[in-house]
Design a protein around this ligand. Structure first.
Ligand SMILES: [Zn+2]
Length: 190
């Protein structure tokens, strides 16, 4: 089997990143649409002012963009792409900055996003995780689900070809390997 030992939790992190990313995309879209609609029709449903709604549109777009990023990071991590590490670090830092900014604007719930973001930053900066992504050029697959199919049929076929490189001894009829010069059965020069 090709590949290097993968760091623990990589499949989990990748899967969670994809899920979180898709969730962010959806959630961001909903925030953007609701804020835009409420802003346009001047609805004061939750007592939000117009400026808060305008801000909501930008926050929604931000969440959407980060969601798209995280989806990409997740798939990259699952596939063990070398670029996944840089993208993951960049996206994590962007997420932290974004969550901090949104929290500072008064949306304190956004601070919750800092927790998974900091955990991810911690995870990706671990030596073995970093080394895993940044060293070695060999193809590697973190998830067996995404593994390219290295057909066992081809391997067994090659083996068959290898064993087929035999011929019959002229003297005793025994199967002799193609490269030997003397028959191992009867000793006749083959
Ligand atoms: Zn022989």
């Amino acid at each position: 089997m090709i590949g290097k030992p993968r760091p623990a939790g990589l499949n989990l992190i990748g899967t969670l990143a994809v899920m979180g990313g898709v969730l962010g995309l959806t959630f961001g879209m909903v925030i953007t649409l609701l804020a835009a609609i409420f802003s346009l029709i001047g609805l004061d449903l939750f007592g939000f002012s117009g400026s808060v709604l305008t801000l909501g549109v930008f926050i929604g777009i931000g969440v959407m963009v980060l969601g798209a990023f995280w989806t990409g990071v997740g798939f990259g991590v699952l596939k063990g792409r070398r670029s996944a590490w840089n993208t993951a670090i960049t996206t994590t830092i962007l997420s932290i900055l974004f969550a901090a900014a949104v929290t500072a604007l008064g949306f304190y719930l956004a601070a919750i996003a800092l927790v998974p973001a900091l955990i991810l930053l911690f995870y990706f900066t671990r030596g073995n995780v970093r080394t895993f992504f940044l060293t070695g050029a060999g193809p590697y697959v973190a998830s067996p689900m995404l593994a390219p199919r290295t057909s066992p049929n081809i391997e067994s076929l090659l083996e068959t070809v290898e064993t087929a490189r035999t011929r019959k001894c002229q003297n005793c009829g025994g199967m002799v390997a193609a490269e030997v010069t003397m028959c191992p059965y009867c000793g006749a020069p083959a």
